[in-house]
Write a protein that binds this ligand. Structure first.
Ligand code: ADP
Length: 510
């Protein structure tokens, strides 16, 4: 069922609310943190730019004061072109600003009233500064609490006597700019967070929609409707892969379920046939048989059907144990040629009876595999019994064992009736029989090859079948060669196990 219609929002609310909320919240928190960090960084940057600006201006003013101030005999005076309005304005501005000039012994010679509010320098400090003779930058707060940046340095009079000159500038107006920026910036953060929160909420909804679809689809899966398909969005992302996996899982579940259903139908069918026969024989015994021989016959036939019934049950039990992983494999190094010879010998008699030539060809008598002997015997027995069963008198069966690269290859080839191409892919399915049961009396339950397939997979091998109708069939089994360090086997191939795995049992699942 394609899931075209998206499920109502209430669904997403119940199932993904938590995740959606967390996603949006983390987005907001992260964004908020980022904004705060950026705010502080910009504030720092702005302060450093402004500080550099103030120092630049102050340096110019200091140089201007130094130029306009003449000091003679410890008496400083401003020299400028009195009738030049521009110069007058500059001098007025400088004199109204913060400045101070002191002599070498620490006596203050001149000082503006603005500077006085900053607290005059101590004579010792002045003497020290003159001795140091290098430009000095300071920050000082005046009596009213306003911060000033000061530029101090040494100047000389005509007689080359040093004086201490300090020029200051209030930083309040610059500070104001930074404060306004900071206030506005941080006031905007909550707005940005609300907007980003809304955006995050909407984005999270979009991003999580595929999860909603998967959850909704999973909810709509029932025993009778396991094949649910969520349409792909065409985005090559993780969620797309989740949807693909989900679709694949639902397809697998549907097919397993279908197999199970088919299996139970087949089993009931298989059990019904001998049961009906037994019932028929018992009815004969009860209602129509008169003589002892007739009773005996009926009972004998019923017993044969009971035997068939128990064969079916035994085979089913074995297969279910194998498929549920309960069948423990006794893995050990095994010389495969020995098993091939053993089993082929056992079939020699029945082959001769049916006028079939059975030959064995062993190319690599020493080839070893790690395997459970009982299962390998079962595998070969099934393949050989089929080959003999489905080959007409005068035909031949050949078992060929060889090594190809890192694999031991076993093939069973017959010149029998063959399998039609359309049936070939199904021969390993449970209860699959190529021909209707009545057309070929020798046909079994259709379980033999499914068991062979399981054994091969449990031994990490693979099996292939080739067939031509009327000409014959070849089953080829590839098994991995045992590790070189495996101990050489005994004839039965069961005993010697490498110490590291000694006594261990391996369980293989299909
Ligand atoms: P069965 O017990 O019926 O032989 P299998 O699972 O062993 O069941 O085989 C499935 C079907 O495949 C058989 O019913 C038979 O029709 C077909 N088949 C298997 N082996 C051969 C073969 N060597 N030649 C022709 N048909 C075969």
């Amino acid at each position: 069922m394609p899931l075209q219609q998206q499920y109502p929002d209430t669904f997403s609310f119940h199932y993904v609310m938590g995740l959606r909320f967390r996603l949006a919240l983390s987005y907001v928190l992260f964004f908020g943190l980022l904004l705060i960090i950026v705010g502080f960084a910009m504030r720092g940057l702005l302060s450093s730019i402004i500080d550099r600006e103030i120092r630049g201006v102050l340096e110019e003013e200091w140089v201007a004061v130094k130029g306009y101030m003449r000091i003679e005999n410890r008496r400083p005076s401003w020299t400028f072109e009195r009738y030049d309005p521009e110069e007058r304005e500059i001098i007025d501005r400088l004199r109204n600003g913060a400045f101070m000039v002191a002599a070498e012994d620490g006596t203050i010679l001149d000082m503006s009233s603005t500077y006085k509010a900053l607290g005059p320098d101590k004579p010792a400090e002045i003497r020290e500064a003159i001795k140091g003779n290098r430009p000095n930058w300071m920050v000082r707060i005046d009596d009213y609490g306003y911060p000033y940046t000061l530029r101090a340095g040494v100047v000389y009079d005509q007689q080359h006597r040093p004086y201490y000159l300090v020029v200051g500038k209030p930083v309040a107006e610059y500070q104001n700019t930074i404060d306004i920026f900071t206030r506005n910036y941080f006031a905007l953060i909550p707005v940005a967070l609300v907007v980003s929160g809304l955006l995050g909420w909407l984005l999270a909804r979009r991003a999580l929609q595929p999860l909603n679809d998967v959850a909704a689809a999973a909810k709509h899966m029932t025993g009778s409707n396991l094949k649910v398909e969520i349409p792909l969005r065409g985005a090559n992302d993780e969620l797309e892969r989740l949807i693909e996996s989900f679709n694949a899982m639902s397809a697998r579940l549907a097919s397993s379920f279908e197999q199970m259903r088919q299996f139970s139908t087949d089993v009931s069918h298989e059990l019904r046939t001998p049961l009906t026969a037994i019932r028929g024989q018992l009815e004969v015994a009860l209602f129509t048989a008169q003589t002892t021989d007739q009773y005996r016959d009926a009972m004998f036939n019923a017993l044969q059907d009971v035997e068939q019934l128990s064969n079916i049950v035994r085979a089913l039990l074995l297969l279910s144990q194998a498929e549920s992983g309960q069948l423990v494999l006794q893995m050990a190094p095994l010389r495969i040629a020995a098993v091939v010879e053993d089993i082929s010998e056992q079939f020699q008699l029945s082959a001769e009876e049916q006028k079939i030539t059975l030959t064995i060809r062993i190319d690599d008598a020493e080839a070893m595999v790690r395997a459970d002997r009982t299962q390998i015997v079962r595998l070969l027995t099934n393949l050989l019994s089929n080959a003999v069963k489905y080959t007409q008198p005068g035909g031949s069966v050949e078992v060929h064992q060889r090594t190809e690269g890192s694999e031991v290859v076993l093939s069973v080839r017959d010149t029998g009736m063959g399998i039609p191409a359309e049936n070939l892919p199904h021969v390993f399915d449970r209860f699959y029989r190529v021909r209707p049961a009545h057309t070929h009396p020798a046909q079994g339950l259709g379980l033999g090859l499914s068991f062979v397939d399981w054994i091969v997979k449990a031994h990490h091998g693979r099996i292939a079948v080739e067939s031509e109708l009327g000409k014959g069939t070849t089953f080829t089994v590839h098994l991995p060669v045992a590790e070189a360090n495996s101990s050489r086997p005994s004839e039965t191939g069961q005993h010697i196990v490498p110490p590291s795995v000694s006594g261990s049992h391996q369980v293989y699942r299909q």
